[in-house]
Design a protein around this ligand. Structure first.
Ligand code: T4K
Length: 392
C-alpha cells in the first residue's frame, strides 16, 4: 500500500467510509471494452479475409454507421484524432493564424503548429470551459484564417456565436469534437456543425476504436479532398493527384468501433450513474463542485470534472497527491493549458496575459476516473479522501 503523505491519520479514511487502497491503480481513461465476443469474431473474419487495411469492408461499414448515427453525409475515418485534425485543417486551407482555446488537449494546438500555422489562444467562459466569443473577437487579426472550437468535456462550444463571428470576418470554422461523440446541442447531434467536426476514438474515450478518429462533414468536396489526403493523394492505382499522408484507419480498429457501437448506450448509462453518484458523494464538501451536464442535452458523461475552489482548505495539488497516494490516478487535464506547454510557452511568453480565466480554471480542475470498469467502492473512497484530507 502506498504511503499517504497528506493524510496524517489513516483512521480518518476508515471513518469517512473508504475501502482500503486499491491493489490496482484506478485510471482516468480506463478503456471501455464493449462486445468482446463480437469484436473477436470480426477480427477472425478480418484475418481470414487477408484484408487488413486500405479501405477494407470493415472501415467502410464503420464509416456508414457513424455517418448514419450522427446524421451527416460523410464520415472519413482516420488512424487517430490528431491526424484527422491535421487533415481537416489542411483540407480547409487554413493558414497563418487560427484561433483556438488554450484550455484543451495539446493536440488541438499541435495540429496547427505542426503545419506551420500559429495557434492563437483565446480565453474561455469559466462556467462552460468553452471558448468565450468575445475573447475570440479580441484575437482576430488580418492574418486570421479560421477558428477551431472545442466541445470540451463533450459540452457544446458556442456554435452559433462562433459561426456568426466566422461569417462576419470571412473565416473558416471547424470543431474539435474529440470529447463529443454522443453529445447533442439544442437536440442536434454534434458532428454537423461548422465546415466539419473532428472526432477521436482513442482508447481513453467513451467510445473507442483503440486508436482512431474521423472527420465528419456534409461538404462533398471537403470529404473528397480528405479521402485523398489520408491515402497519399492517390486516386486509383498509380495516380497521385494531391499531396497526402497516411491517415487510414485499419480494419481491426473499425471492428473494435463496430463492437463498441452496440455497447455505447450501456456505457453512457453507467457513466451517467457514476456521475450522479459522485455528485451525491461529494455533496457538502466545502469548495468542491462537480461540473454538471445539461439535462436537456445528450452527453456521454465520460468526464467527471471537479473544481476545487478557495473554500476547500487544501490546494488542488495536495488533493491530487492524496488521491494518487491511494492508487487513484486522477488527472489535472488540461493543466496548465496549451499556452503553458512547449513550444508555445517559449514562443508566446506573454500569452497568459490574455487568458486569465483559462489560468484560473486550470488551477482548479481535477478529472476523476469513470467508465464501465470503475470498481465498487471507488466513488466512496474518492469522496472519503477528499474529506479526510481536510479533516471533514
Ligand atoms: N482533441 C482533444 C480535445 C483531445 O482530448 C484529444 C485526445 C485529441 C484532440 C487527439 O485525439 P487522438 O489523436 O488522441 O485520437 C489521453 C489520450 O491519449 C488522448 O487521446 C486524449 N485526448 C487525452 C485527453 O488523454 P494522455 O497523455 O493523458 O494519455 P495517458 O497515456 O496518460 O492515458 C490516460 C490514462 O488512461 C492513464 O492513466 C492510463 C489509462 N489507460 C490508457 C490507455 C491508452 C489505460 O488504462 N489503458 C489504455 O489502453 O492522453
Amino acid at each position: 500500500m502506498n504511503t499517504i503523505k497528506h493524510i496524517k491519520n489513516r483512521s480518518d479514511l476508515a471513518v469517512a467510509g473508504a475501502t482500503p487502497a486499491f491493489a490496482e491503480t484506478l485510471h482516468v481513461g480506463r478503456p471501455n471494452i464493449g462486445d468482446r465476443d463480437g469484436f473477436l469474431q470480426r477480427v477472425g473474419q478480418i484475418l481470414d479475409s487477408h484484408w487488413l487495411t486500405n479501405h477494407g469492408p470493415t472501415v467502410g461499414e464503420f464509416e456508414r454507421r457513424i455517418a448514419e448515427r450522427l446524421g451527416v453525409k460523410h464520415c472519413v475515418a482516420m488512424c487517430n484524432g490528431t491526424i484527422a485534425l491535421e487533415i481537416a485543417i489542411r483540407a480547409l486551407g487554413l493558414e497563418s493564424e487560427v484561433i483556438v482555446p488554450s484550455w484543451t488537449f495539446v493536440a488541438t494546438a499541435h495540429a496547427l503548429y505542426w503545419q506551420g500555422i500559429t495557434p492563437v489562444f483565446a480565453d474561455i467562459d469559466p462556467r462552460t470551459h468553452n471558448l468565450d466569443p468575445d475573447a475570440v473577437r479580441r484575437m482576430i487579426t488580418p492574418r486570421t484564417t479560421g477558428i477551431i472550437g472545442v466541445h470540451l468535456w463533450g459540452r457544446a462550444a458556442p456554435v452559433d456565436e462562433l459561426q456568426a463571428i466566422a461569417d462576419e470576418h470571412g473565416l473558416k470554422l471547424m470543431f474539435d469534437a474529440a470529447h463529443a461523440f454522443g453529445s447533442t446541442w439544442r437536440g442536434q447531434t454534434i458532428g454537423c456543425f461548422g465546415a466539419c467536426e473532428v472526432l477521436s476514438f482513442h482508447a481513453t474515450k467513451a467510445f473507442n476504436t483503440m486508436e482512431g478518429g474521423a472527420v465528419v462533414t456534409n461538404d462533398d468536396e471537403l470529404a473528397e479532398a480528405m479521402r485523398l489526403m489520408r491515402n497519399f493523394g492517390f486516386k486509383g492505382y498509380d495516380n497521385v493527384i494531391h499531396p497526402g499522408t497516411n491517415g487510414k484507419m485499419i480494419e481491426v480498429c473499425a471492428a473494435m468501433g463496430l463492437a463498441n457501437l452496440g455497447a455505447f448506450a450501456s456505457v453512457v448509462a453507467s457513466n451517467r450513474a457514476h456521475h450522479a453518484a459522485y455528485v451525491e458523494a461529494l455533496a457538502g464538501i466545502p469548495g468542491i463542485s462537480v461540473l454538471n451536464y445539461d439535462p436537456d442535452e445528450s452527453n456521454s458523461h465520460h468526464y467527471v470534472v471537479l473544481e476545487i475552489g478557495d473554500a476547500y482548505p487544501a490546494t488542488r495539488d495536495e488533493l491530487v497527491a492524496a488521491l494518487q497516494a491511494e492508487n487513484i490516478l486522477v488527472r489535472k487535464y488540461f493543466w496548465p493549458g496549451c499556452h503553458g506547454m512547449q513550444p508555445y510557452r517559449g514562443l508566446f511568453p506573454h500569452a497568459g496575459l490574455m487568458l486569465p480565466r483559462t489560468i484560473e480554471v486550470a488551477s482548479r480542475v481535477v478529472v476523476l476516473p469513470n467508465g464501465t470498469s470503475l470498481p465498487d467502492g471507488a466513488i466512496a473512497t474518492i469522496a472519503a479522501v477528499c474529506r479526510a484530507l481536510i479533516g471533514a
